[in-house]
Ligand binder design. Structure first.
Ligand SMILES: *Cc1c(COP(=O)(O)O)cnc(C)c1O
Length: 433
């Protein structure tokens, strides 16, 4: 499989190079030159396949020959060694819980897959050139990347996070690993962290000294494995024989865009719904037709505090840049923090379900979509993080109900280690040392 740059000014590359580079040399996102489609028999056979078998069939065409089948299967076995429960909330409404991985975030799958691919490529690389993964996080990405890349040979990881703006658990997850994982605490906002990362990627002074790559969802190895969730859910719900609508709480639009890829591959998905917080660039676009990016504003669903979603350009590519097609497949709604808290309380009171702020937005968006429709279908909202990671913003009634998992308990007792910086020059000195 070849990948082209969405800026169309860089050569096509194979999977391996797209993963190592992250972004194309013309700063465009890589996109697969072909979206493979399955025939009907695949969607019958899927009932007898394990998660690893499904994932292998889905990802194989995009990896091509860059990783041998046996290695790819081993990688997937390792990446997918936890559950993806589809929990019934009420008739025709389900939560797809994606938070049963090692850092309790859906990003675990993409981060682990990318880490293991890079690890494999490095092992095969005769020069044993080190790669440095440089990543900015508003909370959840950091922990998933730290855990996914821990002790991966040949890979150094440097994670930037905004001081005082991630939850205590999230901070511990990314500052207590040690070994090849370094945490940088930035005196500033998430946007400041991201700006520093961008500056580093464009900084010529690293040439020959540090090979930098990104582990954000712009990297195809983090983005594409998210297709698995949609296939797994289809397998689970097929017996009901109803159309499925997915509601995805979105920030950078990598997760929902992977769902749209799955749909293009033939997976029967009737419609997508995107829920956002006050950072409503996409719902506004769907409504008004103009795409206006903005600086992000802080909310209680902080993993979605994104004013300029990096993957939306991939969605436009899937639908030929035609807003009519996009609107046929995607509806969007945005919610305030107060509305989000109310929904969390409602879900607990009515259905005894404890959601996190992101999942609650997914549920709320789904209900808005359902309310405007007559026909019957199954609605699935993605629960993207464990509520324990957002304890400080949960309504009191829920807070006392959340059980702290053993793995988190252990992390809370560890000592934080991070380098504090305020300016790009300090990051540069750190990377060049
Ligand atoms: C990253 C994240 C999201 C947003 O996912 P995108 O792929 O960036 O749209 C939603 N919820 C949680 C908990 C996240 O960590």
């Amino acid at each position: 499989m070849q990948y082209y740059s969405l800026n169309h000014k860089a050569p096509r590359v194979l999977f391996k190079e797209a993963v190592i580079k992250g972004l194309a040399p013309d700063n465009g996102l890589y996109f697969p030159s072909e979206i493979v489609s399955f025939d009907d028999s695949f969607f019958v056979d899927i009932l007898d396949m394990s998660h690893v078998e499904i994932a292998f069939n889905v990802i194989k065409p995009y990896v091509g020959d860059d990783i041998p089948d046996a290695v790819l299967k081993d990688i997937l076995k390792d990446v997918l060694d936890f559950d993806f429960p589809v929990v019934e909330i009420k008739e025709n409404i389900y939560a797809l819980e994606l938070y049963h991985g090692p850092t309790l975030a859906f990003k675990d799958v993409g981060a682990r897959f990318m880490a293991r691919c890079l690890g494999y490529f490095n092992e095969k690389n005769a020069q044993k050139e080190e790669v440095t993964v440089l990543v900015a996080t508003s909370g959840d990405t950091g922990g998933a990347v730290a855990s996914g890349f821990y002790e991966v040979p040949g890979v150094e990881v440097v994670i930037l996070y905004p001081s005082g703006k991630v939850s205590e658990i999230q901070e511990k997850q990314l500052t207590t690993m040690g070994k090849n994982i370094s945490a940088i605490e930035v005196e500033g906002t998430f946007d400041d962290c991201q700006a520093m990362v961008k500056k580093a990627f464009l900084d010529g002074d690293f040439k020959g000294k540090r090979r930098l790559t990104s582990a954000n969802s712009i990297n195809v190895a983090r983005w594409l494995p998210q297709m698995f969730y949609y296939f797994f859910t289809y397998k689970t719900l097929k017996k009901h024989n109803k159309e499925i609508v997915f509601s995805v709480p979105s920030g950078n639009y990598g997760n929902i865009c992977a769902g749209m890829m799955a749909q293009k591959m033939g997976l029967p998905i009737a419609h997508f719904v995107t829920g956002t917080n006050a950072n409503n660039t996409v719902p506004h676009y769907l409504k008004a037709g103009d795409y206006i990016t903005k600086p992000s504003v802080a909310t209680i669903s902080n993993a979605m505090d994104v004013g300029a979603p990096s993957n939306f350009i991939r969605i436009q590519e899937i639908y030929n840049n035609d807003i009519t097609f996009i609107r046929l497949n995607l509806s969007g709604y945005s919610f305030t923090d107060d509305e989000t808290r109310n929904v969390m309380q409602y879900l607990f009171k009515e259905y005894n379900y404890i959601s996190d702020p992101h999942g609650a937005i997914g549920y709320a968006a789904l209900e808005k979509y359902v309310a405007a429709r007559q026909q019957e279908f199954i609605g699935v909202f993605l629960e993207t993080a464990h509520p324990v990671k957002f304890l400080d913003v949960l309504p009191l009634s829920l807070k006392k109900e959340v059980q702290i998992p053993e793995s988190i308990q252990q992390i809370l007792n560890k000592k934080k280690s991070a380098k504090r910086i305020a300016a790009y020059s300090e990051l540069k000195t750190f990377l060049l040392k």
